[in-house]
Design a binder for this molecule. Structure first.
Ligand code: ATP
Length: 490
């Protein structure tokens, strides 16, 4: 696997991402494809999930109720001389190679002092560590006083709780059901690093999945995933220093390691990546250790990916219980309960799973998974799933003389698919450029095309070619891109 720096430079060279991680061209297109596919899979294709689009600047009371004002903090320290800032857990993990997630301020100070850890830049002493709240503050209205302070949302999640009652009333959904949202989130990260992996402004795709509080063990979809296999790394395995084990969800549930709803959601999320081509060897689910869990979580499992800088969180799936709804009921004095027809009582649903995924980390996963240097072709081939590829097909006239006719083929496709027209350079160079951009299909218009009204379509992954009638091109591409059609069957 290439390093994160090599990936950053490849993304810049191909115009996927600009130096300040601004999104550009290819990445904008690919991010849209990721979000669209996520939405289709999680919202449009399901009867039990609806989507919302909540606001970014919200009432400050929301973040008090959620516990973010008091507790959404990282531990930070800085060099007394050069002022270089460090996130304590990262510094401890980097220097001492021990896991430091969830340590208290006292523990951090003790460990750093005991091990005489110094500034990595100038070797001078470090300050004591302190908590640092990660939310970006701003003011609403013209007056800049403490009563007008508010925050940019650090996660999209809370809006799904505050809008909970409206969504239920409008959608008329019955438990169990979910609310989904995609959008920007902001965190004043102490040391953004690893390119797009940790940014201050990023996007999330999240679901809050609500169930009846008396039906915590009752997942009606569980039969769909009983035989689904995942590499599992439980808290127990981590404590005993054992290796993760690949096992079916049935097995993982049999000893109580995974509860049915968690098994279901981990499988659904894992499968989303695998269906879009991610190698399952590089995916695993890891349970949070008890001191690592967020303030609201009963049990959390992360879907992790093996990045070149180690196994890291790609998606968090927490059981948030009724923590958030209860908090919002308490702070807003609004009734967020549901009336249960069966028991004729008011109930507060539980969020049994909150699949929370970062779009930018997802982009990186698909890029690492797709990146392949082909020794025979002597160029990089970006083997993105056709659904995710920014350009679906390139139309290439063999020579410039054929521009007029080839352009007609391009014009016939461009309203349906994001296509690219390229007439400059040798055909080999043009194929190589499209391989590097991840374009799954190249369509070459040659002199015979004028007579037989056929074009040559080339498959990116194995360079195989087929000759097909121009009039069938749209249907054939649609089948290959969107319906899993096989190139070998053309
Ligand atoms: P980490 O431990 O890596 O800081 P987290 O546990 O704080 O992550 P969550 O609060 O669970 O992250 O957020 C859900 C998802 O949002 C993460 O799994 C990740 O994909 C994404 N995410 C969180 N913080 C960032 C960030 N600063 N930049 C990019 N993506 C992020």
């Amino acid at each position: 696997m290439i390093s994160i720096e090599e990936m950053a430079s490849f993304c810049r060279r191909k115009g996927f991402v600009y130096p300040n991680s601004e999104i550009y061209g290819g990445m904008a297109e690919m991010k849209n494809n990721i979000k669209q596919n996520w939405w289709k899979f999680h919202v449009n294709n399901r009867e039990d999930i609806v989507g919302i689009d909540g606001s970014i600047i919200t009432h400050p009371k929301i973040w008090e109720a959620s516990g973010h004002v008091a507790g959404f903090a990282d531990i930070m320290l800085e060099c007394k001389k050069c002022n270089e800032r460090y996130r304590a857990d990262q510094l401890i993990e980097d220097v001492l190679k021990i896991k430091a997630d969830g340590l208290s301020v006292e523990d951090v100070n003790k460990i750093l002092k005991q091990n005489k850890v110094k500034c990595l830049k100038c070797s001078n002493s470090l300050t004591d560590a302190n908590e640092f709240n990660l939310m970006f503050e701003t003011y609403v209205g013209p007056k800049r006083n403490k009563d007008n302070i508010t925050f940019l949302r650090p996660e999209t999640a809370q809006l799904m709780f505050t809008n909970f009652k409206y969504v239920v009333e409008n959608s008329r959904l019955k438990l169990p059901f979910g609310i989904a949202q995609t959008g920007k989130a902001f965190r004043n990260e102490i040391s953004p690093r690893h390119f797009l992996f940790r940014c201050r402004e990023f996007e999330q795709m999240e679901i809050e999945y609500f169930i009846h509080p008396d039906k915590i063990m009752d997942c009606p979809h569980i039969h769909e995933v009983l035989n689904y296999e995942i590499l599992v790394y439980s808290a127990e395995m981590q404590k005993k220093d054992n290796k993760p084990v690949k096992m079916s969800m049935k097995k993982a549930m049999s000893g109580g390691m995974l509860k049915p709803w968690h098994a279901y959601w981990l499988s659904v999320e894992h499968k989303w990546f695998v269906d879009l081509g991610v190698n399952e060897e590089n995916l695993r689910v890891r349970q949070h250790l008890s001191d690592e869990k967020s303030h609201y979580a009963l049990d959390t499992w992360d879907l992790e990916y093996k990045f070149p800088f180690g196994w890291k969180e790609l998606q968090g799936i927490a059981n948030r219980t009724d923590f958030d709804l209860k908090q919002h009921i308490k702070h807003s004095k609004k009734d967020l309960t549901l009336y249960d027809e069966e028991s004729k009582k008011k109930i507060i649903p539980h969020v049994v799973a909150e699949p929370s995924l970062g779009v930018d980390r997802t982009f990186l996963v698909f890029m690492f998974n797709a990146y392949d240097y082909d020794k025979d072709r002597k160029n990089i081939v970006l083997k993105l799933h056709p659904k995710l590829a920014p350009i679906k097909a390139a139309v290439l006239p063999l020579v410039n003389k054929l521009n007029k006719e080839a352009k007609k083929v391009y014009d016939g496709l461009k309203s349906e698919f994001n296509c690219f027209y390229d007439s400059s350079g040798s055909i080999g160079r043009r194929y190589a450029r499209m391989d590097e951009s991840g374009t799954p299909y190249c369509i070459t218009f040659d002199f015979d095309s004028l007579k037989d009204k056929k074009v040559t379509i080339r498959n990116r992954d194995d360079t195989k070619q087929a000759r097909i009638p121009i009039k069938n091109l749209k249907n054939i591409l649609n089948n290959l891109i969107n319906y899993g059609g096989k190139f070998s069957e053309l």
